[in-house]
Design a protein around this ligand. Structure first.
Ligand code: AMP
Length: 420
């Protein structure tokens, strides 16, 4: 019979590597949990219109990469390609924004789906941890999020990442710039698709990676020259707050990002060891998104950090995460009676909060000791019929190799004391 493989562009997280993913999710979310962000979980799929309206019809994410489908009941749904639109939809639906407690600060962790051309660091199923601060226009909030992301990466031991920062202006100044840019783009020699993009979303043409396009873009009007006074002041305040926190960043006036909803502050975290898929995370302010999806005006800011690429970045830097062995004690039972007694002790150890495992499958001493080694346990507890007849077990320190007899009745206390 034919065997099955993980679908193209996806991969399985399996031990021992999978623990790195858990550690990365933990490290990214820790600063958020410590800063007033509450956990939110939304469905893996939504009404397709939410993303079409929120993320933008003209974006690659919506026009080319969305897993959209019709259900048997006739609903038009899509697997979520990103988190922000869903989180805002959920906050609006639950009226979190009406309870006089703005900003609503939320964090999430989950799977996202984009039908992209797979390559290293770019998958069709990937994982993000994200944060959204909904309902306040306050440069300190933008700064907080950037500082927390920086803290998350640093706590993992990452060093070779850079923060790119830009302002995309607001509904006052961006349209003026947009028109100026469109005028410039109309005089260039661009292919049909890019011409169309220039009409729908000219800022995204700036993001075009092709050298022949980039060459033509020299001399294009720069958004910075068009920012209104309010946007300029806002951006300066964000920059000042991040600087005061000791977080280094680079101004990047070309940073536009692939989602339409961003306004004012936008930023991206890039890692230099990752080749073409260098963005490990990104985000920004999305003051208009709530109204785009039918809600009231709720100026907001957020980011999403990619877990898969963060793991790749750690590998590129050669960072070994300090992940403690999951098992502290491994019990090796020789014979039926010993199995019963030691299995009981393993249960007791676990209840006492000691991570313990057992030699299942009736293995002999040699095979069972191999398992004990592989488990990474600090101690092996070995017992045969003769030990037990004397009320003893052998406690072996797997680091030093030293072994001593311990009274069965004192095993739990002894192990706890020696692990402490
Ligand atoms: P975006 O919503 O495109 O700004 O993505 C935010 C972050 O999610 C990126 O910086 C990546 O780390 C990650 N990401 C986005 N798309 C993919 C993908 N196809 N495969 C792996 N990670 C991705």
């Amino acid at each position: 019979m034919a065997t099955f493989k993980a679908p193209k562009g996806t991969y399985d997280l399996i031990p021992p590597v999978s623990v790195k993913y858990l550690a990365v999710r933990e490290a990214i979310s820790a600063p958020l949990r410590n800063s007033g962000y509450g956990y939110i979980e939304t469905p893996g799929f939504e009404d397709v219109g939410l993303f079409a309206r929120g993320v933008g019809e003209s974006t690659d994410i919506v026009s080319k990469e969305m897993y959209a489908f019709e259900t048997k009941g006739g609903d038009q749904l899509a697997l979520r390609p990103e988190g922000t639109a869903s989180v805002l939809r959920a906050a609006l639906e639950a009226s979190l924004h009406k309870q006089g407690n703005l900003p609503v600060k939320l964090w999430y962790s989950g799977s996202y789906y984009r039908y992209e051309r797979p390559q290293k660091g770019r998958y069709r199923h990937f994982s993000q941890v994200g944060a959204e601060a909904i309902g306040a226009e306050d440069p300190a909030l933008d700064a907080e999020l950037i500082i927390l992301a920086d803290q998350a990466y640093r706590s993992l031991g990452l060093r070779n990442f850079r923060i790119l920062l830009n302002s995309l202006g607001d509904k006052e100044c961006r349209p003026v710039y947009r028109e100026a840019l469109q005028g410039f783009l109309r005089d260039l020699d661009l292919d049909e698709e890019t011409v169309r993009r220039a009409e729908i979303n000219p800022l995204r043409v700036l993001d075009d990676k092709r050298p022949d396009v980039q060459k033509q873009l020299v001399g294009a009007p720069v958004l910075r020259d068009y920012l209104c006074d309010a946007c300029k002041a806002y951006h300066e305040e964000v920059r000042a707050l991040i600087t005061a926190a000791g977080v280094a960043f680079e101004d990047d006036e070309k940073l536009v990002r692939g989602l339409d909803y961003y306004t004012r502050t936008t930023f991206e975290f890039v890692h230099d060891g990752l080749g073409s898929q260098s963005a490990v995370g990104g985000g920004g302010r999305y003051d208009g998104l709530s109204e785009m999806i039918g809600g009231p005006a709720l100026p907001s800011v957020g980011w999403a950090l990619g877990v898969d690429r963060t793991v790749l970045a750690l590998e590129a830097e050669g960072v070994e995460l300090d992940i403690p062995a999951s098992t502290s004690v491994f019990a090796v039972a020789l014979g039926e009676e010993a199995r019963r007694v030691l299995f009981g002790k393993v249960t007791e150890l676990r209840k006492a909060g000691v991570a313990a495992d057992f030699s299942f499958g009736g293995k002999g001493l040699k095979g069972a000791m191999k398992d004990a080694n592989r488990s990474g346990a600090r101690f092996a507890v070995v017992a045969g019929e003769r030990d037990l007849a004397d009320g003893l077990v052998q406690l072996k320190d797997m680091e030093s190799g030293e072994q001593s007899a311990v009274a069965l009745a004192e095993l739990i206390d002894t192990v706890k004391a020696r692990l402490a």
